[in-house]
Design a protein around this ligand. Structure first.
Ligand SMILES: Cc1ncc(COP(=O)(O)O)c(C=O)c1O
Length: 430
């Protein structure tokens, strides 16, 4: 047993680290495209008795007792997401986007089956490929065709590939994404060969929820998978929605439990519901501002001499901005230099990069997302200032440590969370 001094040192170290992280990131321009910052209301709903409980099964049909209250909450959340997304069903149990993909892929495949997905440099998530979930399930992933410079699916060639290799499913969605993906164009070929069409909306889910990106179910998706914490500012977690028949939906539910999950981290569910209610109220304004900010940021970078991708298409229609930095030092150098200036984003493969170790460790691009800084109140005007910081570090090669002070100063004016309920009302909530 540790003595009093050792105990208090260990405890102090852990809580000190938590404080260090919070203080540090509140001084940063947080621009990782897959992150967000949940509202204090969502945080409040997150820590509760539910974090200690289990509820195997589906609402009102559980293998455990003591689930009366989570049944009501989970059922409400499932129905709300299905209604907003225009699907027949939704399942909020997957604890992450990759788990949602795994459950959905497993539901409709057996080891050895062929599936199709986008190439990794074109933006496919690792879970769609041989190195991730698809490989783990013993699937044979074949690549769809992509028009690299346009950041869009080559529908004609991809349809030909689908007809030729007759996959069990097509999973379409991307971690590097600038524009809606033409899933409707793939529908005919998928139907012909009996492939399920799955849209992985992880990055753009908040924009889709707000009706500001694309409507996957109207466009022909059979299923949608997602994370709940990227442009959708919920607790970290996942979700599956589907417009398939009862028999196929039962396969999805069995894919989640018992095939993959036992505990589904119940405390996420009330927090997810709070995030959904806030998004119903503020989501349209939030999504519109995200898109305006991303475009303003892209334009400001372009005017400062950066090679911003997809100029011909207006740079972006979502939260992401992608820049080719191969001629000014490469993605690895750029991401590390910016980190030293408290600007947090990531290096990224670009669609024309080859998939080899050298490129993976030093890809041509950097990927930025404006969703978190938009939540903290930044608008188009501020995006120009943010672009100027990027220029100072990456183009003018100013010492990042010198820029850092100005970044911190600038960020200190944007500490209040927007697109959330009145925080004064939180005081009355137990
Ligand atoms: C397109 C896509 N799908 C799935 C995932 C996995 O989501 P999670 O991190 O919630 O498992 C990601 C993560 O970034 C993603 O970009």
């Amino acid at each position: 047993m540790p003595g009093d001094d050792a105990r208090s040192a260990e405890r102090g170290w852990v809580f000190g680290k938590i404080k260090e992280q919070g203080e540090w990131r509140s001084k940063c321009l947080n621009m990782i495209a897959s992150e967000n910052f949940a509202s204090p209301w969502v945080e409040k709903a997150y820590i509760s008795d539910f974090m200690h409980r289990y509820a195997e099964g589906t609402p009102f049909n559980r293998y455990y007792e003591g689930t009366r209250v989570i049944d009501e909450l989970e059922d409400k959340a499932n129905k709300l997401f299905a209604r907003v997304l225009g699907s027949k069903k939704s399942d909020t149990r997957p604890i992450s986007g990759a788990i949602a993909n795994m459950a959905t892929m497993r539901a409709f495949t057996e080891p050895g089956d062929t599936i199709v997905s986008l190439p990794v440099p074109a933006g496919a998530h690792s879970s769609h490929g041989r190195g991730g979930v698809a490989g783990l399930l013993g699937l044979q992933p074949k690549k769809l065709a992509f028009k690299n410079r346009e950041f869009t699916i080559d529908v004609e060639e991809s349809s030909r590939i689908i007809r030729e290799c007759k996959p069990k499913l097509a999973i379409v969605g991307a971690s590097l994404i600038l524009f809606p993906l033409d899933i409707s164009g793939l529908k005919e070929a998928c139907e012909e060969v009996g492939a399920k069409l799955i849209y992985d909306s992880a990055h753009v889910f908040g924009l889709i929820f707000a009706g500001r990106f694309q409507s996957p179910f109207k466009e022909g998706a059979d299923l949608l998978t997602t994370s709940t914490h990227k442009t959708f500012p919920g607790p970290q977690g996942g979700l599956i929605a589907g417009s398939v028949n009862e028999e196929d939906w039962a396969k999805v539910e069995r894919g989640v439990f018992p095939r993959i999950l036992s505990n589904h981290h119940l405390h996420r569910i009330p927090a997810l519901l709070v995030a959904a209610y806030e998004m119903q109220e503020f989501g349209v304004a939030y999504a519109d501002q995200i898109i305006k900010n991303a475009r303003a940021f892209a334009q400001a970078l372009h005017e400062r001499g950066f090679k911003v991708c997809a100029e011909e298409r207006g740079f972006t229609e979502c939260h992401q901005v992608v820049v080719d930095v191969s001629e000014i030092g490469g993605g690895d150098w750029a991401a590390k230099a910016l980190d030293r200036a408290n600007i947090i984003m990531n290096k990224n493969l670009l669609p024309w990069d080859e998939l080899n170790l050298e490129r993976l460790t030093n890809p041509s691009g950097i990927r930025m997302g404006v969703q978190e800084m938009t939540r903290f109140g930044m608008k188009e005007r501020e995006m120009v200032e943010v672009a100027e910081f990027y220029k100072r570090v990456l183009m003018d090669k100013e010492a990042p440590e010198k820029v850092k002070g100005d970044v911190e100063n600038f960020r200190s004016q944007f500490q209040k969370i927007h697109f959330t309920w009145d925080l004064r009302d939180l005081e009355g909530i137990e």
